[in-house]
Design a binder for this molecule. Structure first.
Ligand code: S3P
Length: 173
């Protein structure tokens, strides 16, 4: 089959709070495609929250599960919009999966803008620290190059409205 004629899934990557889930859901509605939130898929599979999973089993256990769901959904038979977790690009294997399958879009924001959205967050284990802004800056330094490595396009989610951003994402496909 001609791969150009079959629709390819879209994967959204970016930092926590960059809008992957919210914009992914809206884009999927617009395309009338299924929406898959990989963190949600992991929670459904283990039957507890990501935060509880980190507490009970530790981060490496979570990362193994994450790697498995990324591989599964990126190569799925039905074109979908996939919201990844912020750490999805950390493993080389995941970056290879992302580069070789879906159309990947990096939702970019500054650590300061992310902090404004996430400063009251209690769900994200990595941000339950004394200085979440410093943590976001560290994560950003480490990950921004990795998001760019896997993404075909970068969209600034700092200023525009959800509607405008959804249209922009749609226009990239
Ligand atoms: C993580 C981000 C989270 C979730 C987990 C780890 C990370 O997803 O996968 O808490 O390493 O940045 P969001 O990007 O949706 O917050």
């Amino acid at each position: 089959p001609d791969s150009r004629s079959s629709p390819v899934s879209v994967a959204l990557v970016g930092m926590p709070g960059s809008g992957k889930s919210a914009l992914g859901r809206r884009l999927a509605q617009r395309l009338d495609w299924p929406f898959v939130d990989l963190d949600q898929a992991i929670e459904d599979r283990v039957g507890c929250s990501i935060r509880e999973l980190f507490e009970r089993k530790g981060e490496p256990f979570f990362r193994d599960l994450e790697q498995r769901v990324i591989a599964e959904f990126s190569q799925g038979p039905v074109a979908s919009v996939i919201a990844t977790g912020g750490g999805a690009v950390l493993r080389t294997e995941n970056r290879e999966t992302l580069r070789s399958g879906p159309c990947v879009i990096y939702l970019w924001s500054t650590p300061e803008a992310l902090y404004r959205r996430l400063r009251h967050d209690v769900k994200r284990p990595l941000l339950q620290v004394a200085d979440p802004l410093a943590r976001l800056r560290d994560l950003y330094e480490q990950r921004d190059p990795l998001y760019r490595e896997v993404a075909g396009s970068v969209v600034d989610t700092g200023r525009a409205s959800v509607n405008a951003l959804t249209r922009t994402l749609h226009g990239l496909l």
